[in-house]
Design a protein. Structure first.
Length: 94
C-alpha cells in the first residue's frame, strides 16, 4: 500500500500552469516536474523567444509558440517523459 505522499500525482501526464508574468510559474513547474517523476517543463516563452523579431505583444507569435510547445510536449510524452509541465503566461487579452 502506498502512502498518500507516494500516490500524489500518480498517472499525471500533463500539467498546465498559467498566470501573470513573474508570479513563479516556472519555479513551481520545475519543482512539480521533478517531484512527480522524471518530468520536463515546456515554457511557451522560451519558444516565443526563438523568433528573430520577437514581439512580446503579438498574439500571433504567442499562438505559434504555444503550438510549438504543444508539439514538444507530445514528443516528450511519446518518448516516455512524464509529467510534462507546460508553462504559459496570460495577459489582458488571453
Amino acid at each position: 500500500m502506498r502512502s498518500s505522499e507516494e500516490s500524489v500525482g500518480v498517472g499525471v501526464k500533463v500539467l498546465l500552469l498559467r498566470g501573470a508574468p513573474g508570479v513563479g510559474k516556472s519555479t513551481v513547474g520545475r519543482l512539480l516536474a521533478g517531484l512527480l517523476g522524471d518530468g520536463a517543463i515546456c515554457e511557451v516563452d522560451r519558444f516565443r523567444a526563438m523568433f528573430a523579431g520577437v514581439d512580446w505583444g503579438s498574439r500571433q507569435q504567442h499562438e505559434m509558440a504555444l503550438r510549438a510547445a504543444i508539439a514538444a510536449c507530445r514528443s516528450l510524452l511519446e518518448d516516455g517523459v512524464s509529467p510534462v509541465v507546460v508553462v504559459d503566461v496570460f495577459g489582458r487579452d488571453s
